[in-house]
Design a protein around this ligand. Structure first.
Ligand code: AMP
Length: 308
């Protein structure tokens, strides 16, 4: 299926696979010359409906003639003790899923699946992009250089591909928030569009890391975070409590144990617009949680309407 220059084409499925950046850039330049616009969905693969929903929604937009979908497990966003080397890779299945999505949407999907890290970070690459402050809170506290790795790889991809619109999941709220800030600060041209979290029937947020859960964890303690967030949402939205009382109610929730095999990394309530502490003027707040369910780190978030 692959030709020498790393470009391959399987027209009937409307999936085109690129393992090298240069042929992909040439292809994109041709399409742009023809006046076409395209969407971009950056992922690390092991695809589930959360990832696919981003490409599907992007292709529903008539302005996007096709979608570039990247699968790249970015070493720069993993800490030394994290799961970079074991991150689940299911490229064959991923291609089947993208292929069937492309048929469903009747639009092309260009899969960018780099052969090696040098395609994105060439030998000697030494620059990084950091969004000060915001990359040190929430997940940034536990995962030291994580967001520096994320913003650096997304910057690189946006510069290499120049997509008109980039689609990201609200499941990783802090991530899309940081990327929007980076795009604004560095005057990048892609519009960042954030889409809702896709959940399993049980309401567990879909995640590639859910594969690490045992069946018992999946049906039991993995749901603690969602249930906690829902409880807080109901309590805070359906009450006429003062700000102080709301914060105190929220803090009480943090004291509750999750389950015998789970441990909070954080549970925080922040203004959705600023990611700062809520005030009496906050209209929408975001509850953010991260915890260890057995050995698996799970994150999720939920919007709370405080002053509708
Ligand atoms: P990842 O492969 O985990 O780096 O995720 C790639 C993109 O998919 C990011 O924009 C994520 O926010 C998004 N994503 C992951 N899980 C979900 C989900 N359950 N619902 C919606 N988007 C998701």
């Amino acid at each position: 299926m692959k030709s020498i220059n790393g470009f391959s084409q399987k027209r009937q499925s409307m999936i085109q696979q690129f393992s090298h950046i240069a042929p992909l850039q040439n292809y994109l330049a041709e399409k742009i010359n023809e006046g076409q616009e395209f969407s971009f969905v950056p992922t690390m693969g092991n695809l589930h409906e959360g990832h696919l929903s981003l490409a599907r929604e992007s292709l529903k937009d008539s302005r996007n003639s096709f979608c570039v979908f990247s699968i790249f497990v970015n070493p720069k966003q993993f800490g030394p003790k994290e799961d970079f080397h074991n991150y689940p890779s299911t490229i064959e299945e991923d291609i089947v899923k993208l292929s069937s999505l492309s048929k469903e949407m009747k639009k092309d999907i260009l899969l960018f699946y780099p052969d090696n890290q040098q395609e994105i970070f060439p030998e000697g690459f030494a620059t990084s992009i950091t969004v000060d402050g915001l990359s040190k809170i929430l997940c940034g506290k536990q995962r030291k250089n994580h967001f520096k790795g994320v913003t650096t790889v997304v910057y690189r991809l946006l510069i290499l591909l120049k997509p008109h619109r980039t689609y990201m999941g609200l499941k990783d709220f802090q991530q899309q928030f940081l990327i929007k800030k980076m795009v604004k600060d560095l005057l990048l041209s892609s519009e960042i569009i954030s889409l809702p979290t896709i959940r399993e029937k049980s309401n567990l947020a879909m995640s590639s890391r859910n594969n690490y859960l045992t069946p018992q964890e999946r049906e039991g303690e993995a749901l603690c975070l969602y249930n906690t967030m829902l409880r807080v949402k109901h309590a805070l939205e359906n009450s006429s409590l003062s700000l102080k009382e709301k914060i105190s109610l929220f803090n009480d929730e943090k004291e509750k144990t999750l389950g015998p095999h789970s441990k909070w990394q954080y549970l925080e309530l922040l203004d959705s617009e600023t990611l700062k502490n809520i005030t009496s003027k906050t209209k929408t707040a975001q509850i953010f949680g991260a915890y260890l369910c057995g050995k698996t780190r799970l994150i999720d978030n939920m919007t709370i309407y405080l002053n509708p």
